[in-house]
Design a protein around this ligand. Sequence first.
Ligand SMILES: NC(=O)c1ccc[n+]([C@@H]2O[C@H](COP(=O)([O-])OP(=O)(O)OC[C@H]3O[C@@H](n4cnc5c(N)ncnc54)[C@H](O)[C@@H]3O)[C@@H](O)[C@H]2O)c1
Ligand SMILES: O=P(O)(O)OC[C@H](O)CO
Length: 339
Amino acid sequence: MKIAVLGAGAWGTALAVQACGRHAVRLWARDPQQAAQMRSLRRNQRYLKDRVLPAALQVGADLDAALEHAAGGLVVIATPMAALPQMLAAVRERLPAGTPTLWLCKGLQHGSAQLAHEIAQEVWPGGPTGVLSGPSFALEVARGQPTALVAASADPAVCQRAVDAFHGDGLRVYTAGDVVGVEVGGAVKNVLAIATGIADGMLLDGADPATGLGLNARAALITRGLAEMTRFGLALGARPETFMGLSGLGDLVLTATGGLSRNRQVGLRLAQGQPLALILVELGHVAEGVHCARSVAQRAEALGVEMPITQAVVRVLEGRWSAAQALEALMGRDARPEH
Ligand SMILES: NC(=O)c1ccc[n+]([C@@H]2O[C@H](COP(=O)([O-])OP(=O)(O)OC[C@H]3O[C@@H](n4cnc5c(N)ncnc54)[C@H](O)[C@@H]3O)[C@@H](O)[C@H]2O)c1
Ligand SMILES: O=P(O)(O)OC[C@H](O)CO
């Protein structure tokens, strides 16, 4: 199969590397200098430097050439959420016959608070599109470590194309029809990973500094966070079982506890009092939870869905609350039934 991966960050590079053993893969980088460096060094020095790029992987900065390569095969959009509308518009314009297209980004659009498939409905109504999500640190996939993903689309043929492209060689790709649920899980887990990072980074008198507020607190945040994610998703029309799957509980556990998570790292450093702007510059990668926390909170409020952990993360990110104030607010809430 001919595949174009649009976006040469950590995740796009990892999936391109994984697929190029069996398919003709072309990886598009928006920066011509980065593309040239990747071709000469056979490494993505900026975003995924630990993995040598296989000789078979084509890398370039010509978007037309990448899309032409993928005609009739598969397009994978691996940019952050912010670039999704322009990427979808490019695919629609340059591949008018319609080539199955998946996005990997996890978030809500800043401002409109739209999920990815809602953007696609506007930009490319009826296009053969879907989402590929699930618990997956790029570095582990690039190294060939076992990973399970889920491809969701209203069109089963798009899910099948994702399976044909990526299933095998250490990757399992499950399929689903619940696009809303899969996208909500991917977006909200990033906000919750910031929350657990904050909790794990806080210092409490008499507690082990290595575990911050403690392991009890971390488990409580993950569980109550899952309840928030599920409430929000159900209000948007998702199916409850999706939140027990790879893109819900699976990705939440990975991102909230895994040291490789950028969103968790943001939380850990916020708890130490570091300024957000500095954290983001030093991170050098996108942390989607930072960009979408406010959108999740706004959309939940409009739907009448209570998301106190998300609200607390928004206030800490905006500098309106310290980590200690967020803890006080969450622990001070009235008692209530669990379900
Ligand atoms: N890294 C992971 O492990 C991982 C896993 C699953 C999903 N994701 C999601 O995939 C998306 C990309 O993550 P990443 O880790 O590759 O990010 P990254 O920060 O490593 O790289 C982002 C890439 O997107 C490019 N980019 C940024 N703005 C762009 C624009 N306007 N137009 C075109 N390209 C643009 C950058 O040049 C860079 O190549 C995010 O939504 C992330 O949540 C990441
Ligand atoms: O590093 P993060 O926090 O962006 O998370 C990466 C992936 O989404 C984990 O599945």
